[in-house]
Design a protein around this ligand. Structure first.
Ligand code: FES
Length: 576
């Protein structure tokens, strides 16, 4: 190919004569960039979410350098740029509040600059959907490189998983089965290398979703961050993005309806995070694919969970990689007719071409589809008068006997109320009750936090109770587990029926029938609705005001309504 003849976006900056071209090239040359890099070759943005405040992404400067090697090798011109990073463990009130803000940062950074293609460096939970959403609204060629999971946690004689064991250890401390010293000893044992959570939490799930969508290279999901092959993957992605620009392989050519169907089915097979629901709905909304909450139920319903990873199982991402990783899962699903084999992927081959020779090396980690790890993978979408726009539950992380349950509500009006009373010895609660938490949806908290797997009352933990039905408008960490109904829509703060539940009301959960019913007469519910007053807005200014005015409910992905769709990669007018 004669690259100088190809018309690229970047030529609108670097290919110009006169003062405009001078401006665009001269200041770049202060970085020691030689003149030949401005000759019309593909300019590749490396969108970096590195931050020391995002420990899961703290190794990304190394990864970016590996991407650059690949880009240079193929005759491209790499330019790394930062965007706001979202560190799950530090940011308050919730990283989810900022996912949409980061997506705006990404979209506008790409469109405003001389980029022909972009490599998205993602890792910690929200960084993956945020960058996918922003890039999708531009629809340039793009490829995802995930940072990779941490090495397996090791505490004493056993493996411990990010997040999953935090909940377990906390319950053990509250039940008096673990000392505070032991609890603190476990901290360094859990997070012992670079990388993101090594359970099948949201980060691993979204890395798997990227690979399943075809927007990342095969094996992207599972190579540990500390494994040298992660650097090789970054290098190869750098090589490939240059070719993608030359082939004009834009995101919308990969992120088709079929790609999303492949991702949803894969999520069932891996026991993936419930957070994938809102994130994929939001990405689909940006790229213009018609995807609904009900698609999650219909597409995932017959997919068993075949991956034995925490929080649903016992192994971790490092084990998953050695067992064959996602390609082995994809092969299993594709051979059973559960995937669109012809779906195009970022490396130019179809999904089936990528995985047809994949091998499983450990059947304790990746089970055969015919003898699955758990019969029910996927996401159950529940409806009823308590969730007219839907709520979700992850069957593989729930307790089978509780999947059909009727009990009396114990209601917490918000998270502060919950924290103040959950361990009160006088709290009227037993194991048959249903814990209800309000005020934790997109508008309510604000920012849709991961408080849905609220801990059980200490007095019940001491009795040996390990699970109860819990219902909220919150999300749940992908590393968490339990019979937990999440994303109830509309949320309480938006006047959804959850707002009207009171202590002692009977609630019926029937997962097989996909029902969530509040057994209160309609007339009484109407009386409660009439008496309800919306909470005061959390803020009248800044991003929070923009967010509260425009955020949509969980059932459509909790994006801002003004951000759905895209504006393409058109070149803005000159600035001087
Ligand atoms: Fe970053 Fe779990 S805290 S991935």
């Amino acid at each position: 190919m004669n690259r100088k003849k190809a018309v690229r976006r970047s030529a609108e900056w670097f290919g110009k004569d006169g003062k405009d071209g001078f401006h665009h090239r001269s200041w770049m040359k202060n970085q020691g960039l030689p003149h030949h890099l401005f000759d019309g070759r593909p300019v590749i943005g490396i969108c970096n979410t590195w931050s020391e405040l995002t420990p899961c992404n703290a190794h990304f400067r190394v990864l970016a350098e590996r991407v650059k090697r690949g880009v240079y090798e193929m005759g491209g011109f790499p330019l790394e740029f930062p965007v706001m990073s979202l560190g799950e463990t530090l940011m308050r009130p919730s990283t989810m509040l900022y996912r949409n803000l980061v997506s705006m940062d990404v979209e506008e950074s790409i469109r405003a600059n001389p980029l022909d293609g972009v490599v998205l460096l993602v890792g910690c939970d929200k960084t993956t959907p945020a960058l996918l959403m922003g890039a999708a609204s531009c629809d340039l060629p793009a490829i995802v490189v995930s940072g990779g999971p941490m090495l397996n946690g090791r505490f004493r004689d056993g493996q411990i998983g990010s997040g999953t064991h935090v909940w377990k250890f906390e319950d053990m401390v509250r039940a008096g089965d673990m000392s505070m010293q032991e609890f603190m000893d476990a901290e360094a044992c859990m997070s012992r290398s670079a990388g993101h959570c090594m359970t099948m939490g949201t980060a691993s799930t979204m890395a798997s979703m990227s690979e399943s969508l075809g927007i990342a290279l095969p094996t992207n999901a599972a190579i540990p961050a500390a494994d040298s092959r992660r650097n090789v993957l970054a290098h190869m992605a750098g090589r490939r993005i240059v070719e993608m620009v030359e082939e004009d392989l834009t995101m919308s050519k990969i992120l088709t309806r079929e790609a999303f169907e492949n991702a949803i089915r894969t999520n069932g097979a891996i026991g993936g995070s419930t957070n994938a629901v809102v994130h994929l709905l939001a990405v689909a909304g940006r790229i213009g694919v018609d995807l609904s909450l009900d698609d999650w139920d219909t597409l995932g319903r017959d997919v068993p969970c075949i991956v034995n990873l925490m929080p649903s199982g016992e192994y971790l991402m490092e084990d998953f990689y050695y067992a064959g990783g996602l390609p082995a899962v994809h092969r299993e699903l594709a051979e059973a007719g559960l995937l669109h084999k012809d779906a195009p992927t970022a490396n130019g081959r179809t999904l089936w071409e990528n995985v047809k020779d994949a091998q499983c090396w450990n059947r304790d980690v990746i089970f055969p589809l015919a003898e699955p790890f758990k019969a029910q993978g996927g996401i159950a979408v529940l409806r009823g008068n308590l969730a007219p726009q839907g709520a979700i539950l992850k069957p593989s992380a729930a307790t089978e006997p509780l999947m059909r349950h009727r009990g009396k509500a114990v209601v917490f009006e918000d998270i502060d109320d919950y924290k103040a009373r959950i361990d009160d010895p006088e709290l009227a609660v037993d194991a048959t009750c249903v814990l209800v938490l309000k005020g934790c949806g997109p508008k309510g908290y604000p920012g849709f936090p991961e408080t849905g797997n609220m801990g059980l009352p200490a007095k019940l933990l001491r009795q040996g109770v390990s699970d109860m039905v819990r219902i909220s408008d919150a999300r749940m960490s992908g590393t968490a587990f339990g019979t937990v109904v999440l994303h109830t829509a509309p949320e309480a703060a938006a006047g959804g029926p959850l707002a009207f539940v009171r202590d002692g009301d009977e609630i019926e959960l029937d997962v097989p029938a996909r029902r969530l019913v509040l057994h209160v007469p309609d007339e009484e519910l109407e009386r409660r609705r009439a008496a309800w007053r919306a909470p005061e807005p959390h803020s009248e200014r800044g991003y929070l005001k923009l967010y509260l005015d425009h955020v949509m409910q969980a059932d459509t992905g909790a994006d801002l309504d003004v951000l759905t769709g895209g504006s393409g990669a058109g070149v803005p007018r000159e600035s001087h």
